[in-house]
Design a protein around this ligand. Structure first.
Ligand code: NCD
Ligand code: ZN
Length: 347
């Protein structure tokens, strides 16, 4: 087969990204706007975004700091057990919130305000279902006796199935799906889709526990798993299957919170090279013709939003990902920093 050296695709959207706040937001937002028309920006700030007022202000801040005037941040409301439901409903109706995000308590970074009992948010879920707005889920169940590698499976079996059966019309996105079990579940269920990150297509637990040590730069939630999981995710992502789409979960932390610290924060920062990594993967799998479905079509179709009108070109050209992102007092280790990639966006 003739190898392809250049590909033109409809400009992507990132359906799951963390842009943070303050200097960090300023340091990173243009990495996301450089490639994407839209991005679903996660509401897990230090003080989570739970009200319409906070939502409006946060989106304004992002727009102010992003150089590309065409970039559109989309925001889900951070679900808590004590949400003001009339504010929530109004914010959904006015499209301040695109939907809502469910974080189980303490499942990941800044999730201490999350949900400990799903029954306590049935009224929020009902509002979502009635208004035909999506529920975005960090699908991991935390428990003393639940192995960290099984959290996704336990969440599906003990929480997600209940939500699905109770609200059959509710659209659900199981975000950063990380296991074959999770991906098969998405494939088999109507109204449920999934985003897949670059790291879950690149790494297994061998890359997390490397050289008899732990690599904190490969530590994220959900944790990367077994080869069988990686292969299943690659298959679904690259097949053109409409239920899977791009969501980088690019989640920067200052390097001091990743290393030199007893407790490393979970999160991998891939925004400086995420589309290039995805392109590498689709190329490796000989499925580059399906890249556009994953990056630019399946997401808007599921979210019932228009397909973007502009396009980007990626060329086969070796380049080295810079090791760090540096800005004012910020230092972030880039995913794949210092390593070579075969594809590059052409500016
Ligand atoms: C994310 C973060 O740092 O905010 N971390 C992560 O490991 N993915 C939160 C999340 O999406 O789980
Ligand atoms: Zn995330």
């Amino acid at each position: 087969m003739k190898s392809i050296n250049s590909i033109n695709i409809i400009k992507p959207d990132d359906w799951h990204v963390h842009l943070r706040e303050g200097n960090m937001l300023e340091a990173i937002c243009n990495h996301t706007s450089r490639i994407n028309v839209r991005a679903i920006v996660m509401p897990n700030l230090k003080l989570p975004i739970t009200t319409a007022k906070q939502g409006i202000e946060y989106k304004q801040k992002i727009i102010q700091l992003t150089k590309d005037p065409n970039f559109i941040p989309l925001l889900p409301c951070y679900l808590t057990e004590s949400l003001d439901l009339s504010d929530f409903k109004l914010a959904l109706e006015k499209k301040i919130f695109i939907g809502a995000k469910l974080y189980p308590t303490n499942a990941t970074t800044n999730s201490s305000f999350g949900i400990s009992k799903i029954e306590n948010i049935y009224s929020s879920l009902e509002i979502l279902s009635d208004l035909h707005k999506p529920l975005l889920i960090h699908g991991e169940k935390i428990g003393k006796n639940i192995d960290i590698f099984d959290r996704e499976k336990f969440f599906i079996d003990e929480v997600l199935i209940d939500i699905r059966d109770r609200y059959p019309n509710l659209k659900i996105i199981l975000e950063h799906v990380s296991s074959k079990y999770g991906a098969d579940f998405i494939n088999e269920n109507n109204n449920i889709a999934g985003t897949i990150t670059p790291q879950h297509l690149m790494l297994t637990k061998k890359d997390l526990f490397f050289d008899d040590s732990i690599n904190p730069h490969h530590f994220c939630m959900p944790v990367v798993k077994e080869e069988i999981d990686l292969l299943a995710l690659r298959k679904y992502a690259c097949s053109g299957n409409k239920k899977f789409f791009l969501g980088t979960d690019s989640a920067p932390h200052h390097i001091d919170f990743k290393i030199n610290n007893f407790k490393s924060k979970p999160g991998i920062f891939s925004a400086p090279c995420s589309i290039e990594i995805y392109t590498n993967i689709f190329d490796e799998e000989n499925k580059i013709h399906n890249l556009e479905s994953f990056s630019s079509l399946n997401g808007p179709n599921f979210y019932e939003l228009p397909i973007n009108l502009t396009s980007i070109t990626l060329v086969k050209k070796k380049w080295k990902v810079p090791e760090y992102t540096l800005f004012k007092d910020i230092k972030i280790k880039n995913f794949m920093g210092g390593e070579e990639l075969n594809w590059k966006i052409s500016q």
